[in-house]
Design a protein around this ligand. Structure first.
Ligand code: 3H9
Length: 699
């Protein structure tokens, strides 16, 4: 970390370099804006300086405002006296020189500069919408003026990171530089080349592109319609549209004031608070407490996956997508061929959707090598086992891995529930064994649950977390217990939703409530997609082990009738051939009536609370047993493993909105009414009594 001031003015060959040095990502924290303004003023006052460059030290330009400051009272700079305004008034030209990220307030500063240059690997964007706000440093007013309202809307409403090359094509970036260039030197040369050019190109004074909105009057309405589904229950995406609309209808300064007013409506909204929380929860989840400071991640240059089934294939895709060569092992060529076929089909879908290209797919496929012998994977740095979910089968695989793998290889199992320690003891190196629980489909779902066995070495845990990050996953640590953390905390929801049917609810009612809450699909429709036979087998296993386990006769009856979900054309719903739309089925309603001896009207709030409180209680048990590091890890798991609506923050954050006391008291009442499955966790009781927050709970 630099000891120098967070913003400094360096003089080089007649150019003033304004260097923002606020690790790790040069966020515009306290003092940074003032520092930039002071440097701009000093540069303008210095007769030796002909032009200036705004540049970031370290790995990035500026990643935006400091998100930790939102929602707090802060002094702030007055409208008209912010960096953007000072840049606008600058008599000397200023060039933004971008590498790494120019996001949010970072890009907004760049837009207020007179020129922008960027290295090819840079990413630019206005991701404010993803944290429930809108760009409020003039981004909604300047970007439409620079590239037209249509392209600006798409960037602002999606919040996506735009590659520098695309930004150059759109006209955001004036010159594209190759990676590896000496950026400060190149920026100085560029600044010298434009130093005397007048008048200065100020984006605020470029109205031409706004004409597009007059030519396409339906533009904003069409955008509102196109986001209706994914922006359900949210305000920020609509406020973003309104702000861009203002750019097209109001003079610049009035548009700026409108942007501020819209921002003020969002900053402290429930949605923004939840999304900010989710942002930090994901990053917190990456941290392993008490990890020895000198712990180094083991290097992973090559990987192997055992088992080319749906999971194994998906995991191989993740590795190949991240640029890691992977050997896919199966006993037979035929099984490998089937597995590869599935992988090709998945990639073909991505090409059709436009998320990747044929050429890119060819590259990724070339990283996947199929093998049938264990000896062929011996030198790999990591192996991920994804064979049949049975302890004996997995142990056999690990005995073979132990025999061939080079010392120091990471030995990971993709089990969703088998005891990691029992797998580790099949080897002579249980310290190298950990769980790497991917969620289906593995190449799509972002959660990676890293399971810490009793003998897993800290270095192995750390290396597996690092690998998850490299694969683009949100990785979080779970202790070794039945179901680990994610599935264990969700299991009570799965039980409760079926019990609600016994009391008179219908699958379509429960699903509607959860979709209105914000899930992309209701839990019954999800069950049909995953296959009901899996849950059935689990129940039979648990019933054999524990005669007191709650039976779910309605769910069992469906499976025993051959209704296994979408794959059999019927489950909780019925399906038309070739159509995945769940249709309510009178046959299911009839079966439910058979079991629901005293059906009653169940309100939507009761449904929502019964499902989610059951899981909150279990999450508290998990924390109490020390199987998760923090409540916010469970929230990150729900967001990325189960599609929990992000604008509710996460299970525990959402429950805090109701209050631990109210949640506890309701659970206690249900305990009286329904018995043991609702016994309140001691940790929940304690949090309720202390008036503390569930989301801050730790073991
Ligand atoms: C804005 O700009 C509003 C304006 O319109 C208003 C103008 C007036 N603030 O993600 P990483 C921390 S809103 C505070 O692991 P990566 C992060 O918590 C902002 N902290 O790295 C982490 O800390 P720790 C618009 C931030 O390389 C560390 O930096 N901008 C911020 O995987 C490393 O982060 C955004 O929304 C921040 N803005 O990804 C961008 N950014 O090590 C948000 C990062 O203690 N940031 N940190 O856990 C990102 O999307 C990613 O961090 C980024 C780097 C892509 C930049």
């Amino acid at each position: 970390m630099s000891e120098a001031a967070p913003v400094r003015l360096e003089r080089r060959e007649g150019i003033g370099l304004i260097v923002v040095d606020n690790p790790p990502v040069n966020a515009l924290g306290p003092g940074i804006r003032e520092g930039i303004i002071a440097a701009l003023e000093a540069g303008n006052a210095d007769p030796e300086i002909r032009a200036m460059v705004l540049i970031g030290a370290g790995r990035s330009f500026i990643a935006g405002a400091d998100i930790r400051q939102f929602g707090k009272r802060r002094a702030g700079l007055p409208l008209g006296g912010r960096t953007y305004d000072v840049l606008d008034r600058s008599a000397k030209p200023v060039v933004a020189a971008i590498h790494g990220y120019a996001l949010g307030g970072g890009l907004e500063n760049a837009l207020a500069c007179h020129y922008r240059i960027a290295v090819r690997s840079a990413r630019l964007g206005l991701p404010e919408v993803l944290i429930g706000i809108l760009p409020s440093g003039g981004g909604t007013q300047r970007l439409p003026r620079l590239i037209g309202p249509k392209a600006a809307l798409e960037i602002i409403v999606s919040g996506r990171h735009v590659p520098a090359e695309e930004a150059a094509r759109l006209g955001v970036v004036d010159a594209l530089l190759e990676d590896g260039v000496d950026l400060p030197a190149a920026a100085v040369a560029y600044a010298q080349s434009i130093a005397e050019r007048r008048p200065l190109p100020r984006v605020r004074d470029m109205p031409e592109k706004l004409a597009e909105a007059r030519e396409q009057p339906g533009l904003f309405e069409a955008m509102r319609k196109s986001i209706a589904r994914r922006a359900r229950n949210q305000k920020a995406p609509y406020h973003c549209i309104a702000a861009v609309e203002a750019a097209c209808t109001l003079p610049f300064d009035e548009g700026m004031a409108r942007e501020q007013a819209l921002f003020a409506e969002l900053e402290n909204s429930d949605e923004a608070r939840a999304l900010r929380y989710a942002f930090f929860a994901e990053r917190e989840a990456a941290k392993i407490p008490d990890l020895p400071k000198d712990t180094r991640a083991r290097e992973v240059r090559s990987a192997a996956v055992i088992g080319a089934g749906t999971m194994g294939g998906g995991i191989a895709m993740c590795l190949a997508d991240a640029g890691i060569p992977v050997k896919l092992l199966e006993a037979s060529e035929a099984a490998l061929e089937r597995g590869l076929g599935r992988i090709r089909a998945n990639y073909a879908t991505s090409v059709k959707r436009g998320s990747t290209t044929e050429a890119e797919v060819e590259q990724r496929l070339s990283r996947i090598e199929t093998v049938t012998e264990y000896e062929a994977i011996a030198e790999c740095d990591v192996v991920i086992e994804a064979v049949f979910e049975e302890l004996a089968v997995k142990q056999e695989v690990f005995v073979r891995l132990d025999a061939v793998m080079r010392p120091g290889a990471l030995l990971l199992t993709n089990t969703s529930g088998i005891d990691i320690d029992a797998i580790g003891t099949a080897t002579r190196r249980p310290q190298d064994v950990a769980g790497a629980h991917f969620f289906s489909p593995a190449n799509v779902m972002k959660l990676l649950e890293v399971v810490n066995g009793a003998r897993t070495a800290p270095e192995v845990l750390f290396s597996t977390m690092q690998l998850g990050r490299r694969l683009g996953k949100v990785a979080a640590v779970a202790g070794n217990c039945d179901g680990f953390v994610a599935n264990r905390s969700r299991a009570p929801l799965s039980t409760e939703m079926v019990i609600l049917l016994e009391e008179g609810a219908l699958p379509e009612q429960v699903d509607r409530v959860m979709v209105e809450f914000g899930y992309p699909m209701g839990p019954f429709a999800v069950g049909d997609l995953a296959g009901l036979d899996i849950g059935y087998a689990g129940r039979k296993r648990r019933a054999a082990a524990n005669p007191n386990a709650r039976a779910l006769p309605i769910a069992d009856a469906l499976v025993e009738m051959g209704r296994h979900g979408q794959k059999t054309g019927a489950g909780w719903y019925r399906y038309e051939p070739g159509d995945r739309t769940p249709r309510p089925d009178p046959e299911v309603a009839r079966i439910i009536r058979e079991f629901a001896t005293q059906p009653r009207e169940i309100g939507d709030t009761e449904i929502l609370h019964r499902l989610l409180f059951a899981s909150v209680n279990e999450a508290c048990c998990i924390l109490q047993e020390g199987k998760a590091y923090r409540a916010s890890d469970i929230d990150a798991m729900w967001l990325h493993g189960f599609g929990f609506p992000r604008y509710h923050g996460g299970l525990m954050f959402w429950a805090d909105g109701i209050g631990a006391r109210a949640v506890h008291d309701q659970i206690a009442r249900w305990h009286q009414q329904y018995g043991e499955r609702w016994a309140p966790s001691a940790l929940l009781r304690d949090i309720a009594e202390r008036g503390a927050l569930l989301r801050e709970a730790r073991p």
